[in-house]
Design a protein around this ligand. Structure first.
Ligand code: BTN
Length: 255
């Protein structure tokens, strides 16, 4: 890959349980920041909020970046938004006919359907923060099973053409390197907030935020510098929502 530091070293695997888990194992063996793990098949791919992530081998791009950032745990929260922005830019540069958007915090969508999921995990290794950024992009999938059909799509389905996964992967990490540099100027989303909000599909729309058994409806007004969603509740009060364990849905459908 023509990148400055991401993908050095690079591990390509035919099969693994989860590239995020593999990245964590490498981290515990002392592998350096920038290591990238890519797998054709995951036997236990993980999604956000304890869900699983499965895909037909070879169709999807499934990869995890190992980072050892000089950030506090709070400052790492925005990295999940940075990754979503990088995927949007990369998809648009490879496929200019598409205009990917973000469903807060980090689902990348085309039209009203999801093309990419991101799972960021944080762990501590001998007092140092380790961040694993796992990205799954539906690249050449031709169909989706069951209820996924309603809310997932692939780049191939959207463009009608097969898409080169290697090129897309390279662009994603090139864009991530650039955006991450800007993030590190303030260690938060201050510099990237305008770009992120331009892509934020929820902005100005009614959404429902769910956390455990509770739910809150309101209008999404944007993000703050920490990457929290600004939600104007139906009571007129603006609240800041942490990504953590919440799910956000449009009132009228997935977005
Ligand atoms: C989500 O949308 O819930 C997040 C999905 C993240 C999937 C990717 S695929 C590569 C990496 N390895 C995993 O086990 N999960 C992430």
């Amino acid at each position: 890959m023509d990148t400055r530091w991401i993908g050095h070293p690079f591990f390509h695997m035919e099969e693994v349980d989860s590239t995020n888990e593999e990245a964590k194992r490498y981290a515990s063996q002392g592998v350096e920041s920038g290591a990238l793990i890519v797998a054709e098949k995951q036997t236990a791919g993980k999604g956000r909020r304890g869900r699983s992530w499965s895909n037909t081998p070879g169709e999807c791009l499934q990869m995890s970046l190992l980072l050892r950032p000089s950030l506090t745990p709070n400052e790492t929260a925005g990295l999940t938004l940075v990754a979503a922005l990088a995927v949007c830019r990369a998809v648009e540069s490879v496929l200019p006919s598409l205009r990917p958007q973000i469903k807060w915090p980090n689902d990348v969508i085309v039209g009203t359907k999801k093309i990419c999921g991101i799972l960021v995990e944080l762990l501590l290794d001998a007092g140092q923060n380790i961040v694993v950024i796992g990205i799954g992009v539906n690249v050449n999938n031709m169909c989706f099973p069951g209820e996924l059909r309603e809310k997932a799509t692939s780049l191939r389905l959207e463009t009608g053409r097969p898409v080169e996964r290697e090129l897309l992967m390279e662009r994603i990490w090139q864009d991530f390197e650039t955006l991450y540099e800007r993030y590190q100027l303030t260690n938060n989303m201050r510099g990237l907030k305008p770009d992120y909000e331009q892509r934020l599909v929820n902005i100005g729309r009614p959404v429902c935020v769910r956390y455990a058994a509770e739910s809150l409806e309101g209008i999404a007004e944007g993000i703050d510098t920490e990457g929290r969603l600004l939600l104007r509740g139906n009571d007129g009060i603006q609240r800041r929502i942490d990504a953590g364990e919440v799910s956000v849905r449009g009132i009228y459908g997935y977005v």
